[in-house]
Design a protein around this ligand. Structure first.
Ligand code: FAD
Length: 398
């Protein structure tokens, strides 16, 4: 019998990579292997996001998201500095543009303080204009700790540190064989004492490969971006966000500076017809059927059908998209917007139709699954990885 502990991590996004690396640090004698279905790492959410370092302003105090964002941003910033990865703490403004948003802004400010954020400031109109001269708003929160980072470079660095990463290896089955797992993938079969899955947009299905029922379902929400024409980029200095809708886990269309240069506007949140549906025309019959046969989706639509419809209309209308942006920066015009990229959020939905708010991990004998890792999953990835490594260690009795 093999005494070396063998751990297989499924999924080479930023969470899987960070977890594999943390496992190697936590259990130096273990053999950690990572399997990724694409030809490279970070090809899905981790390579298609806003690139923002979130510090935990929005999340419910005491939740995993709050806790792991607060520690995660520190760890991520240190990691970037240590490995020469581009990042910048440029600060963010969350702007209330309507009277009813001012009380929500105040509540957000208090939440940020309860989450332990340092240096938060409530600003009036004049002070907000000193930071962002072209932003409109009645009041704002200045969040000085936040910034931007090159997450694809973080993924590439983590892959190099982990070493044992097999790409082009889609996991198709995970079976118990006595005391070990047999993990079948498109490049062969791996044996493991412990399996950790971090499969992003496919996390519910991959977790179910070990035989457990899917407690929640991934419902994909595409987020589309525009780029601001170079000659109009002077309109945005840093990061400008609206006050989020408290009923939804998305932050609303915002302006972000990209670490490689340029300003992005978005993302919206449109129900997608494919889990990897990065463009409007992409339809997956299997993914659509999976979503439509899920009672949770219908319960969600009963509550948020109107919002989903508005988001879909805005997705087809540059004018509507621009109107949303003009609430934050009134001088922005339709002709300032050039088509940008898109990302698809892996959002877990509960059977009662609510969108699972917190990071969600499910564990069992010899198995641990990440079943919900929405934003700020990239910021928090190293902290998530450390927490998962601790859980695996506890389970293995190591
Ligand atoms: C539009 C958008 C904007 C966002 N903005 C931010 C932001 O500004 N800041 C922030 O902190 N977070 C942001 N996020 C969230 C962040 O990107 C995610 O939380 C994070 O990337 C999740 O990482 P992951 O590794 O769980 O998922 P992913 O990056 O999706 O990785 C999952 C991996 O699993 C692989 N996989 C799936 N199935 C299999 C299989 N069967 N076998 C092998 N491999 C498999 C996939 O190919 C993929 O590489 C944003 C997300 C989106 C979509």
């Amino acid at each position: 019998m093999n005494s070396v502990k063998r751990i297989v991590v499924v999924g080479g996004g930023i969470v899987g990579l960070a977890t594999a690396w943390r496992l190697q640090q936590r259990l130096p004698g273990a053999e950690v292997t990572l399997l990724e279905k694409e030809d490279g790492v970070g090809r899905h959410q981790s390579g298609h996001n806003s690139g923002v370092l979130h510090c935990g302003l929005y999340y419910k105090p005491g939740s995993r998201r709050a806790r792991l964002a607060v520690t995660g941003i520190r760890q991520m910033t240190e990691f970037c500095a240590e490995h020469g990865i581009a990042h910048e703490i440029c600060g963010k403004l969350v702007v209330a543009t309507e009277a009813d948003e001012v009380s929500r802004l105040q509540a957000l400010f208090e939440r940020g303080q309860r989450n332990g954020l340092q240096g938060l400031r409530l600003l009036g109109q004049e002070a907000l204009r000193e930071i962002e001269p072209h932003a409109a708003g009645l009041a704002a929160i200045a969040v000085p700790q936040e910034g931007i980072a090159d997450y694809p470079a973080v993924c590439a660095t983590l892959a190099r540190l982990v070493g044992s990463v097999t790409t082009g290896a889609e996991v198709t089955a995970i079976r118990r064989d006595g005391a070990e797992w047999r993990i079948e993938h498109t490049k062969g079969t791996a044996a493991a004492d412990f399996v950790v899955t971090c499969a992003g947009l496919h996390s519910d299905r991959v977790a179910a490969l070990t035989g457990r029922p899917r407690a929640s379902r991934i419902v994909p929400f595409r987020g589309e971006y525009f780029l601001i024409r170079p000659e109009r980029q002077f309109l945005v200095k840093h990061l400008i966000y609206p006050v989020p809708d408290p009923g939804l886990p998305f932050l609303g269309v915002h302006f972000t500076r990209r670490i490689g240069g340029g300003i992005e506007a978005g993302p919206n949140a449109v129900l997608a017809l494919a889990r990897e549906g990065y463009r409007k025309g992409i339809v997956s019959v299997a993914d659509t059927a999976d979503a439509l046969l899920y009672p949770g989706l219908w319960r969600f639509l009963r509550k948020y059908g109107r919002t989903c419809w508005d988001e879909s209309r805005r997705s087809f209308s540059r004018r509507m998209f621009c109107e949303s942006l003009q609430k934050l920066v009134p001088e922005i015009r339709e002709e300032d917007l050039m088509p940008g990229g898109a990302g698809v959020r892996a959002q877990a939905m509960a059977p009662n139709g609510t969108l699972v708010d917190d990071f969600d991990f499910v564990e069992g004998e010899g198995e641990l699954h990440v079943v919900n890792a929405p934003s700020p999953g990239a910021t928090s990835s190293l902290a998530i990885g450390a927490e998962l490594a601790e859980m695996v260690t506890g389970r293995m009795g190591a």
